[in-house]
Unconditional design. Sequence first.
Length: 108
Amino acid sequence: MNKVFLIGRLTKDPEIKYTQSGVAVTSFILAVDRDYKDDAGKTPTDFLNIVAWRSQAEYIGNYIKKGYMIAVSGMIQNRLYQLQNGDNKIITEIVIDSVKNLTPREQT
């Protein structure tokens, strides 16, 4: 089973893009705090690559902004691509199928 649930904040405003066939897609980075403090008393944060397609992409692009706290669910996906110098690069991203805005309305 490959299922991920995350709560975090967007690091910048998302942009909607469209594939050649007209399918909406957006990608952004979600800052997710770990649930403990390190030796310095700080909460470590992971910055995770998120991808949304179709109606989820349009919703995020139209209604979610930098700093908003959201909850997402989806799956982890590895993508392999080749750099110009011929080296292979693997990127890990979370492809989401559900999103919920957790930012209070008065803060939006």
